[in-house]
Design a protein around this ligand. Structure first.
Ligand SMILES: C[S@@+](CC[C@H](N)C(=O)[O-])C[C@H]1O[C@@H](n2cnc3c(N)ncnc32)[C@H](O)[C@@H]1O
Length: 318
């Protein structure tokens, strides 16, 4: 948590509200409830890491020869504590972690739309375990801030960065709501897989707008539905097996939200059905996944009878 404060403090004085939120999150993470994750990180062996590579699909940290068999056992048991691994893939000391999501597919779509990241301040809102943070670090930004309020993901990132030792990246257990306390701070923001999980998508977009510098770029990616009629699906309960789903926009609706949130140069660059190649059950995520949540007789529908999920991607400028 101090890391987030000291790294952000290099660029701007950080308001007390952020420090207080981080302290509260820290206390929560230290609670009994999270002890399994904390112990998984605290029990990691001390290792001299000889290689790191974030340029390819697999975020690679450490070479197989950096660790002994005993150390490998200890690392494996910490990695298993975090199952299911939703985002990835990673390769740690030769251990391949194939996550439920091929997050590299998402990054490959986003990367050509980004400005040069060199020397920039980046933020990933709802960063999960930090997969995109590592991919972004390859492009030599000044700093990457991962924001996600969930302690499990804080500890996952902690585990990965314990070995990677990246000084220019920090994780803050903060939600998008904290972005209002960092006005005009970021050059580039990622808001991917977030808007449909919140009751008030326009408030989330306002927060992103507030935290971007004028001229800054944001990538907004959302689950949604097909079509161009300017509607959003509001499911009665679960959608494609997932809970905590609110407004699932078609592409036109998401574009309207972005316009109303004052963004300019709104550029849609990808809109397509989510595939079972991109989201699927794996050894590291032994869970029901997209294939199990689509209608077995009609893959254009979810098991609840709604249109099957699409993903919509936009690049916007403040
Ligand atoms: C569907 S995942 C998306 C992860 C990643 N951004 C991606 O595109 O694959 C949603 C993430 O939002 C996080 N989250 C939950 N509440 C949040 C909040 N208030 N602000 C930001 N992120 C939040 C969750 O912990 C989770 O990691």
């Amino acid at each position: 948590m101090d890391k987030f404060l000291s790294l952000s403090g290099r660029f701007r004085e950080v308001p007390d509200s952020i420090a207080r939120s981080l302290a509260a999150a820290d206390a929560n993470a230290r609670s009994q409830l999270q002890s399994r994750f904390r112990e998984a990180v605290q029990s990691l062996p001390s290792v001299q890491v000889s290689c790191r590579d974030y340029s390819g699909a697999e975020v690679t940290i450490g070479c197989p020869e950096d660790i002994t068999d005993n150390q490998k056992q200890s690392i494996m048991s910490s990695l298993y504590a975090f199952q299911p691994w939703r985002k990835g893939p990673f390769r740690l000391f030769g251990i391949d972690i194939d996550a439920e999501w091929h997050s590299d597919f998402k990054w490959d779509r986003v990367l050509p739309m980004l400005p040069s990241l060199e020397g920039k301040i980046l933020g990933d809102i709802g960063a999960n375990n930090g997969y995109f943070v590592f991919r972004a670090l390859h492009h030599r930004p000044a700093a990457v801030f991962a924001l996600d309020p969930v302690p499990r993901f804080y500890y996952m990132f902690d585990l990965l960065n314990y070995f990677a030792g990246e000084e220019n990246a920090a994780f803050g257990m903060l939600g998008w709501q904290s972005l209002f306390d960092l006005p005009a701070f970021f050059d580039v923001l990622f808001l991917m897989g977030i808007v449909y999980h919140h009751r008030s998508p326009l408030d989330v977009l306002d927060a992103v707008y507030a935290a971007l510098k004028p001229g800054g770029v944001a990538i907004i990616e959302s689950m949604g539905i097909p079509g161009n009629s300017g509607v959003a699906l509001f499911p009665a309960g679960k959608y494609a097996g997932g809970s905590g789903m609110y407004f699932l926009p078609d592409s036109v609706t998401l574009q309207r939200w972005l316009k109303r949130s004052k963004f300019r140069e709104i550029e849609p660059f990808y809109s397509a059905p989510l595939s079972t190649d991109e989201q699927r059950r794996t050894h590291w995520a032994p869970v029901d996944s997209l294939a199990e949540f689509l209608d077995p007789f009609d893959s254009s529908k979810t098991i609840e009878g709604y249109p099957a999920p699409w993903r919509h991607y936009f690049r916007v400028v403040k």
